[in-house]
Design a protein around this ligand. Structure first.
Ligand code: BES
Ligand code: MN
Ligand code: ZN
Length: 497
């Protein structure tokens, strides 16, 4: 889909803004005057109150060139932010994507907290994000199911600033789409080796990509990562992606680490059958890291960033690890595996150690669909945040707010850490009792973070994908791409020159 900024023009459909109380904003008012008040009349007849996402669909009003006018609510004007504009544009695109219309014109207005230029760029961002589809395997789409929209024009005066912002945002959208695609792919297509191959493609945009295979992983001593992979016919991969955008190549990078379990059956501690298909998305952390690398490379971020993804399939094959096995990690610490379904922390243990050992990063942010417990605690609205560093935690909280990918901080402490002490090894991979599951998972990863390294862990089990009723116009698919915008923003605000 083509996005253009124009100062005047026409199309099949036009969308204008209205706020709570049913007030049309500037562009809508002008249109309503041309239509001799017919748009306002339709709003009244439709009991339109201007609530966020409310739509009045006016067909063929006299006096205007458009066949269809969409009045879309933003909610309270003082509360409307850039994300509200994105959702406004997203609603418009969702309405017309398969409607037969080819060209949509968006007419954003400035709001109390959003400048005209910001409104324009957010409208472009929302339109792009809302047009996402994962149709790769749908061979029999009916005409009415197929997108017809080919162009969106953002009509406003003074397009230059909005256009410049939108160009940077387009890079971020590419990253979000990359992550959504990876999470959506079925597990017979996306497994460690094929995932690694897709990451190789990032070389074309200037990312250095290194793929480590089992012999190298064995040599490094990654017994925890290899233990998870050993029950699968698909061997493990660890992929390191580097973007060196800082003035000095030697400046310490920020490290992003992602859990990439391409399918989590639970292993010998097998999961129940219902809903097990969703475990194809258990690589959402790795997808977020891959998407963030794509975004920073495309927008040529002035920062050194290293992205590490640990890729395995957790299966109950004849060679699978058993509950009771004890594995040696790269760090030298041993782990008693009491539940093979607590596999994410095992692969992260070796991945975060590797990144510290090899790159001495200035900070580490890991992302993982780690625990069902985080969904119990926070639902699908917030990711769980754990951190040993206040500044890093606060930067993530702020970035989550602006990007619509919120995080909620949960505690760490020595008392929780004790729960994973084992009499048979240095630690066990689950607590003795089912308490504070997300915190215990975070404490486990923390045992592999060296003292003095700022670290944050994001448990994204509830946000990497979402069940149906949580429809959001700027996140139209099951896979959200959660984490890409958040990481990109944190890199821009805290790690960029
Ligand atoms: N991948 C799952 C966590 C998960 C659950 C992600 C639901 C998304 C939706 C993880 O590997 C897992 O199985 N965790 C266990 C840990 C337990 C055995 C300590 C869990 O949450 O039940
Ligand atoms: Mn599991
Ligand atoms: Zn898992």
């Amino acid at each position: 889909m083509d996005i253009r900024f124009v100062t005047a023009g026409g199309g099949d459909v036009v969308a204008v803004m209205a706020t709570e109380g049913g007030e049309l904003l500037g562009a809508g008012k002008t249109l309503d005057t041309a239509a001799s008040g017919r748009i306002a009349k339709a709003m009244k007849a439709g009991r339109f109150t201007g609530g966020a996402g409310q739509v009045v669909d006016v067909l063929a009003p006299e006096g205007v060139d458009y066949a269809r006018v969409l009045v879309i609510g933003l909610g309270k004007p003082e509360a409307a932010d850039g994300l509200a504009v994105e959702r406004w544009a997203g609603h418009a695109v969702k309405r017309v994507l398969t409607s037969g219309a080819e060209k949509l014109v968006l007419m954003p207005d400035a709001l109390p907290g959003v400048s005209k230029a910001e409104a324009g760029s957010h409208a472009a961002m929302g339109a792009r994000l809302a047009a996402y589809r994962f149709d790769t395997y749908r061979t029999k789409l009916k005409p009415e199911q197929s997108p017809t929209l080919t162009a969106v024009e953002i009509s406003m005066d003074g397009t230059a600033a909005a256009k410049a912002r939108a160009e940077v945002d387009a890079a971020v959208v590419e990253g979000v789409f990359f992550a959504r695609d990876l999470v959506s792919e079925p597990p017979n297509v996306l497994y460690p080796q094929s995932f690694a191959e897709r990451l190789r493609d990032l070389e074309t945009i200037g990312v250095e990509v290194e793929v480590l295979e089992p012999p190298a992983l064995e040599k490094l001593g990654m017994g925890a990562l290899l233990g998870v992979a050993q029950g699968s016919a698909h061997p493990a991969r660890l992929v390191a992606m580097r973007w060196n955008g800082a003035a000095s190549k030697k400046a310490k990078p920020v490290a992003l680490v992602g859990k990439g379990v391409t399918f989590d059956s639970g292993g010998i501690s097998i999961k129940p059958g219902a809903g097990m298909d969703e475990m194809k998305g258990d690589m959402g952390g790795a997808a977020a890291v891959a998407g963030a690398m794509k975004a920073v490379a495309l927008r040529k971020a002035k920062a050194n960033v290293v992205g590490i993804v640990a890729l395995v399939e957790n299966m109950p094959g004849a060679k699978a690890q058993r509950p009771g096995d004890i594995v040696h990690t790269m760090s030298g610490q041993t782990i008693e595996v009491l539940n093979t379904d607590a596999e994410g922390r095992l692969i992260l243990a070796d991945a975060v150690w590797y990144v510290q050992d090899k790159y001495e990063p200035s900070a580490i942010i890991d992302l993982a669909t780690l625990t069902g417990a985080v969904i119990v605690a926070l639902g699908h609205e917030n990711a769980g945040l754990f951190a040993n560093d206040e500044d890093l935690a606060n930067a993530l909280i702020a970035a989550g707010q602006t990007e619509g990918e919120p995080v909620w901080r949960l505690p760490l402490s020595a008392a929780y850490d004790k729960l994973i002490d084992s009499p048979n090894a240095d630690m066990k991979n689950i607590a003795g009792k089912p308490v504070a599951g997300s915190i215990v998972g975070a404490q486990f990863v923390k045992r592999f973070i060296k003292d003095g390294t700022p670290w944050a862990h994001l448990d994204i089990a509830g946000t990497a994908w979402k069940p149906g009723p949580y429809e959001d116009p700027i996140s139209p698919a099951w896979a959200t791409g959660y984490g890409v915008r958040l990481l990109n923003r944190v890199i821009a605000s805290r790690f960029e020159e």
